[in-house]
Design a protein around this ligand. Structure first.
Ligand code: 8YV
Length: 327
């Protein structure tokens, strides 16, 4: 019997391809050739499943060209690359990859917070440039982490484990804002206090963004919000590009409206607002918060498990639009 045809849109672990090949006729992209949206749509024309990453946009136009498509499995917890409504309307199941990256991503959020607060990359550049000739009392003086106030915007799985690290590991005073308040037992476990957005902005010494991107979270942090923050504050974005107005942030960093920022995600990435490259008080990383090999393998495995679970056994693990299953 012919195996169902699937597409793996990006280069991925060879062992993941080998697993998928046990069940499917796999067209892969192990050369990691960049495909235009039209090329992606053409390749999906005869496929029933797709293994995607956050880089592939699946919307009504692509779906129109893929009449046999039944599932897109994203190797990412975020799924703003999917038009879930359009997928649901066409009966295409969407799945993401939650949980397996929570701790790794929280570790990175903390790494970025610490690197930014303690000016690690800025001082390393100084040292590498041969500029260090003597000690001085205020050289690269940064801001404290222990005992400071950690603000978290977006208190989902990742936000909660960042709160735990801050409260239990560094004795930080943790405040958060979220669409809905956590249950009291979860608040107690995270040692986190719920505040409104304005108090969060005004009070946090370090503000970490971990909310999902959607049109309603576009530019959640813009010039007005930055102006409410402390001039000593540090902003960390490990959520999604577009949640911060990068042009407004670059200007705030230049003007000293806030002290520093750590960014793993950018508007229009992999391109960056060039103004961000001209300010020294920002640590920039190329969307690597989940990048450890065990975690990336677990994310790939979960996307593969969703394809196998649904197309072979009728049971996906992490469906985003489970109403499709009932049709
Ligand atoms: C991924 C991410 O590396 O899971 C997410 O939402 O942002 C990252 O962990 C990226 O989206 C590639 O799929």
């Amino acid at each position: 019997m012919n195996k169902p045809k699937i597409l793996v849109a990006r280069a991925i672990f060879p062992e993941t391809i080998a697993r998928l090949e046990q069940h499917f006729d796999v067209e892969h992209n192990q050369a990691d050739t960049p495909w235009s949206k039209q090329q992606l749509a053409q390749k999906l024309a005869d496929k029933v499943g797709a293994f995607t990453t956050g880089s592939e946009r699946i919307d009504a136009e692509v779906l129109e060209a893929a009449p046999q498509l039944r599932i897109c499995a994203n190797m990412a917890v975020g799924y703003n690359n999917f038009d879930v409504d359009a997928m649901t309307a066409r009966g295409v199941l969407a799945t993401n990859a939650p949980d397996v990256l929570t701790e790794t991503t929280a570790d990175f959020g903390f790494a970025l917070l610490m690197a930014t607060a303690r000016r690690i990359t800025e001082s390393e550049h100084y040292l590498r440039a041969g500029k260090w000739d003597r000690w001085s009392y205020d050289m690269f003086a940064g801001s404290d982490i222990h005992g400071s106030t950690l603000g978290i915007l977006g208190m989902g799985r990742i936000g909660q484990v960042i709160a735990r690290r801050g409260a239990h590991g560094f004795g930080m005073n943790v405040i958060y804002h979220n669409r809905s308040r956590l249950a009291p037992d979860l608040e107690a476990a995270c040692k986190a206090r719920y505040v409104d957005k304005e108090e969060l902005l005004r009070t946090a010494d370090h503000l970490v963004l971990v909310l999902p991107y959607s049109p309603s979270s576009h530019h959640t942090i813009g010039a007005r919000e930055l102006s409410l923050m402390k001039p000593t504050a540090n902003l960390v974005n490990i959520a999604r590009g577009g949640i911060v107005d990068d042009a407004a942030l670059a200007e705030a960093l230049r003007a000293g409206t806030i002290a520093a920022a750590g960014l793993d995600v950018f508007e229009g990435e992999p391109r960056l607002n060039p103004a961000l490259l001209t300010v020294p008080n920002v640590v920039l990383t190329p969307h690597i918060a989940s990048a450890t090999m065990p975690t990336r393998l677990a994310m790939a495995d979960l996307a593969a498990d969703n394809l196998i679970g649904f197309l072979v056994n009728g049971k996906p693990l992490t469906a985003l639009n489970p109403q499709v299953l009932k049709k």
